[in-house]
Design a protein around this ligand. Structure first.
Ligand code: ZN
Length: 274
């Protein structure tokens, strides 16, 4: 079976350092986290950054420093968020792409996040997508609802794109698609042929979604952005701990873990980082 790409979403925009003391924020912390995650089996780092007070930011300088720290400490594929936090403006969300990470996330629709709205009208999605294509940044389509798969497909076709299509299925966000038993299989069945996909479940949805993705030949995302508790009532102690668990689950099913170079091959990225 295809080796497993593990994406670490090690920071996110929600959890605070007070809640999660191991949250990597400074370049030094990110470098150490990246090296440990690589050791544990990660091949992609899905990156958000924080300011000095620990609040989420889309500061280009912060992204530059974080990207350099991760790339100096590891050979991980760096994937920037283009979602940021729900309060960020379009210009703020677009700005870090100028640093040309190998990948960036692209949410192809609007969705409720708890009491907030993660707003992605079609014209905004088109501008984000075109900017990524112009800069040769591979999008990872973030799918929170089934309709987002159709939007990603129509975007890809409308541009006559030829890049590899990679998706991340995010289930269990309050207000969005729950992690129903058949949700991963249903979404995966509607993805384009020859595409690849990972899945993640938020909070208690995490392990069932991970198990379903492994069983169906998908890839997996894990990390502090999606998971707070390692088990009931026990907070996770590091991103690496979460990756080690996924890697162990995969090996138990006879699945090898992809190195970053293997992940680049599967995603049809150039073979070495920029
Ligand atoms: Zn994110």
């Amino acid at each position: 079976m295809t080796p497993l790409i593990i994406t670490v979403c090690g920071v996110g925009a929600e959890v605070s350092k007070a809640q999660q003391p191991a949250l990597p924020i400074t370049p030094e912390e990110l470098a150490e986290d990246a090296a440990r995650c690589r050791q544990a089996g990660a091949s992609i780092y899905h990156l958000h950054v924080r300011d000095d007070s620990g609040e989420p930011t889309m500061s280009v300088d912060r992204f530059r420093a974080a990207k350099a720290a991760i790339e100096d400490a590891s050979d991980l594929i760096v994937q920037f968020t283009s979602g940021g936090a729900v309060t960020d403006t379009e210009q703020d969300r677009l700005a870090p792409l100028s640093l040309r990470p190998e990948m960036a996330s692209l949410t192809t629709g609007t969705v409720n996040f708890g009491d907030e709205v993660f707003s992605n009208p079609r014209p905004l999605i088109e501008r984000f997508y075109d900017r990524m294509c112009d800069l040769d940044v591979l999008p990872e389509f973030e799918i929170f609802e089934a309709g987002m798969i159709a939007t990603a497909g129509s975007l890809y076709e409308s541009r006559g794109s030829t890049h590899h299509q990679h998706f991340d299925l995010v289930l269990g966000v309050p207000g969005a698609m729950p992690a129903w038993d058949d949700a991963v299989g249903f979404l995966a069945a509607h993805l384009p042929q020859d595409s690849t996909w990972s899945a993640t479940g938020i909070g208690r949805a995490h392990l069932p979604v991970t198990q379903a993705a492994l069983r169906l030949g998908g890839h997996v995302r894990t990390g502090f952005e999606d998971v707070f508790y390692f088990e009931a009532g026990v907070p996770a102690t590091s991103n690496a701990q979460l990756i080690e668990r996924v890697a162990a689950m995969a090996r138990a099913e006879g699945r090898e873990i992809a190195s970053p170079e293997q992940a680049r091959e599967l995603l049809r990225l150039p073979s070495s980082k920029r």
